[in-house]
Design a protein around this ligand. Structure first.
Ligand SMILES: Cc1cc2nc3c(=O)[nH]c(=O)nc-3n(C[C@H](O)[C@H](O)[C@H](O)COP(=O)(O)O)c2cc1C
Length: 414
């Protein structure tokens, strides 16, 4: 993972270097310093306040302010839970994997600090089953952290205890959605719940639960060690810190990169950093985020700038595509993924994604003419705003935008 020219101020990826999946190394490089200080000097509310002041926003896709999420956890109800979402099921997204495999202690320290802040004594890591190395390293890290008393009973001689358990998912995209994840952890089929109530109020087994992404939690020890102001010196005012991007598709140098939020444009990322040449478009944050055309890439990579362009930063899974693969195939495959992964609980998503895929397949196979694209748009419009969770919603938005933006090219192909 060599640093590229534009990656001047990396935080998390630098942490992944130097074999920090070994506890001695992690401690030698300053690991668990933040936890020691917090347990000695700070009250839980002061930790929440610092994270709030840092402006850290969730890196799992929705960008919800982390400190605020913790603040919503009721103080008086017990027990409370923290869950680290390590499902990473969004196509094109593989940034959490790097952190899980190379910085498991950073995650454990982040989870311990977060649990202390919200008053949880039990935490879980919901890991996708396709990450066996991460599983091995996490189990090892949990064991060694307990041995060093950074985890377990009466951590570092204080009254605070924390038990972290690993939960391995069976491999369903929907189980990355926080409420479906909770259902699956409760031994049920992974179907999303109606929100509200949000997990912060009624989560795992009906108790207050904070669900946070791996990258979000890995930022926490650094914020607590160096302070909110330090964190705010990275990125933009509204999107502080850095962001890890996983880049794949029609580029010469796919991989993971970390940049300050808003300090690199999508165009610089795909052309200069990743060596793309003649491309058609980019999904900026996984296939659930509407694509941008090659002429629209002069946009900063941060939550607000991408939103203004009608799309999302999402999970940071940048997928670049050219004409090597027909656009209609990319579109049909996108719909196919959502059709396969739709849990079936709500009708607009279950039926809509199926119809959408069927229509696009027939267009691709030239069984129906290009008017099929109008029908596909109509189906997307019928799905939008009617689903129980964002799976169907994002499928409809992403596919509709794809058709509207690339219509001429798709018609040319068929
Ligand atoms: C279909 C679907 C899949 C999701 N998959 C993930 C995932 O794999 N990892 C993740 O962190 N968040 C995922 N999310 C978002 C979570 O519901 C939730 O917002 C997130 O874990 C909160 O963490 P954060 O606030 O730290 O970002 C998914 C959402 C949806 C709708």
């Amino acid at each position: 993972m060599k640093k590229v020219k534009k990656e001047k101020r990396r935080i998390l990826l630098d942490f992944c270097e130097e074999k920090k999946h070994n506890i001695e190394n992690y401690i030698k490089k300053g690991g668990f310093k933040a936890l020691k200080r917090i347990l000695k000097e700070l009250k839980p509310d002061e930790v929440i306040e610092e994270v709030k002041n840092s402006g850290l926003k969730g890196r799992g896709g929705a960008g919800f302010p982390t400190g605020l999420k913790w603040h919503f956890i009721p103080k008086k109800i017990k027990p409370k839970f923290l869950i680290c979402n390590a499902d990473e099921g969004e196509p094109g997204t593989f940034k959490d994997r790097e952190l899980l495999e190379k910085a498991p202690y950073l995650l454990i320290e982040g989870m311990t600090i977060a649990s202390y802040a919200i008053g949880a004594e039990k935490a879980f890591i919901y890991l996708r089953k396709e990450y066996p190395l991460a599983k091995e390293r996490l189990l090892n890290a949990i064991k060694d952290s307990i041995k060093h008393n950074f985890l377990g009973n009466r951590i570092l001689g204080t009254k605070f205890s924390l038990d972290i358990k690993l939960f391995v998912g069976a491999g369903a995209y929907i189980c990355g959605e926080e409420t479906a994840l909770l259902e699956s952890m409760e031994g049920k089929k992974g179907l999303p719940r109606l929100k509200p109530p949000y997990p912060a109020v009624s989560g795992f087994l009906g108790y207050p639960t904070a669900v946070n992404n791996v990258e979000t939690l890995c930022n926490v020890p650094l914020i607590m060690e160096k302070g909110a102001e330090w964190f705010r010196s990275f990125g933009t005012e509204k999107s502080p810190g850095t962001k890890i991007f996983s880049v794949s598709g029609a580029v010469k140098r796919p991989g993971i990169y970390e940049f300050e939020m808003g300090k690199i444009t999508l165009s610089e990322l795909v052309y200069e950093v990743c060596g793309a040449e003649k491309i058609e478009g980019v999904f900026p944050g996984g296939i659930s985020t509407p694509p941008l055309k090659h002429g629209e890439l002069d946009v900063s990579c941060d939550f607000e700038s991408l939103f203004q362009k009608g799309t999302f930063l999402g999970s940071g899974g940048v997928i670049v595509f050219d004409r090597e693969i027909p656009l209609i195939k990319i579109l049909r495959k996108t719909a196919e993924f959502f059709k396969n992964e739709s849990c079936g609980k709500c009708t607009p998503c279950r039926e809509g994604t199926l119809w959408l895929w069927q229509i696009l397949k027939e267009v691709e196979e030239r069984k129906i003419s290009k008017e099929g694209l109008d029908l596909a748009i109509e189906v997307c419009e019928k799905i939008k705003g009617k689903c129980l969770c964002p799976l169907g919603e994002t499928c409809a938005i992403s596919c509709e935008v794809f058709i509207r933006k690339f219509r001429e090219e798709i018609e040319g192909e068929i």
